[in-house]
Design a protein around this ligand. Structure first.
Ligand SMILES: [Cu+2]
Length: 237
C-alpha cells in the first residue's frame, strides 16, 4: 500500500504528502483527531493549488485566443492529435492521482478509527430523545456529562433507546450514529484536561437542537475520585 501511495504521490502535485507522513509517526495510540485535521488541510491545499493553476491556464487561453475584431473568425486548432490527448489526459491524471491519494489516506485513517486501541477505557452511552445517558464500568451513571480521564483512549459503546441519533464530538473529530437495536461504538483519545462539546448530529425530533452535553476530560486522579464517589456500592457504604 505504501509503495502504491508513493507511486501515486510521485506522479502528482502532492507537496504536503511528505509532511503528513512525518506527522503520523510516534506513539502507540494513533492520533486520529490530528489525522483527520491534517487530511482536511491537505485536501483544501491540494484543491486550492490545482484550482488556481487550472483557473490561470484557462484565463490565459481565454485572453490569448479571444476575438479581437468584430466578425473575426477563428482558425482551426494547430494541436497535433498527441498534444490534444495530452491536454485532456495530463490534467485528468493530476486530479485523479490526487483523489486516489487522498482516498487512500482516508481509508487508512478510517481503519484506525474503527480499531479501538488496547487498554481503552470503555463507557456506555445510550441516546434518547433528547439526551445522553452514560454508564461507567462500576455502575456510576451520569446524563449529558461524559467525564473521562486524560491520557487514556476512550471507547464509547453506543446504543439508542428510541430513534436514530448521532454521537458527535467536534473537537475530537469523531461522529457515529446510534441506532435502535444495534450496538455501535467510537473511540477518541483525550490528551489533556478540558471541556468539549458533544452533540447529536442526526435530526431526531423537535428538541434535537438541545440534545447536547459536555465531554469533561479530567486529570486521572480527579477522575478516579469522581468514579469512586459515584459508584453505587461506594455510595451506600
Ligand atoms: Cu438526537
Amino acid at each position: 500500500m505504501k509503495t502504491f501511495k508513493r507511486l501515486i504521490a510521485g506522479g502528482a502535485l502532492l507537496l504536503p504528502a511528505a509532511a503528513s507522513e512525518a506527522a503520523e509517526g510516534g506513539g502507540a495510540v494513533p492520533d486520529i483527531t490530528e489525522g483527520w485535521h491534517h487530511l482536511w488541510q491537505e485536501l483544501i491545499l491540494d484543491i486550492t493549488i490545482i484550482g488556481v493553476i487550472f483557473a490561470a491556464v484557462t484565463l490565459y487561453l481565454l485572453i490569448k485566443y479571444r476575438r479581437r475584431r468584430e466578425g473575426e473568425e477563428g482558425k482551426g486548432s494547430s494541436l497535433s492529435p498527441l498534444a490534444s490527448l495530452g491536454w485532456v489526459l495530463i490534467p485528468a491524471f493530476i486530479f485523479l492521482a490526487d483523489d486516489v491519494y487522498l482516498a487512500a489516506k482516508n481509508f487508512e485513517l478510517w481503519n484506525k478509527m474503527r480499531e479501538v486501541p488496547e487498554g481503552a477505557y470503555e463507557v456506555k452511552v445510550e441516546s434518547y430523545m433528547w439526551g445522553w445517558d452514560i454508564t461507567y464500568p462500576g455502575g456510576a451513571t451520569a446524563t449529558n456529562e461524559l467525564r473521562v480521564p486524560e491520557g487514556t483512549p476512550i471507547k464509547v459503546s453506543l446504543s439508542s433507546r428510541d430513534v436514530l441519533h448521532s454521537f458527535f464530538i467536534p473537537d475530537f473529530k469523531v461522529k457515529w450514529d446510534t441506532v435502535p437495536g444495534m450496538d455501535t461504538y467510537i473511540w477518541f483519545y483525550p490528551k489533556k484536561a478540558g471541556e468539549h462539546v458533544m452533540t447529536c448530529a442526526e435530526f431526531c425530533g423537535v428538541l434535537h437542537s438541545s440534545m447536547h452535553g459536555k465531554v469533561i476530560v479530567m486529570p486521572e486522579a480527579e477522575f478516579k475520585k469522581w468514579i469512586e464517589e459515584n459508584t453505587p456500592r461506594n455510595k451506600e457504604a
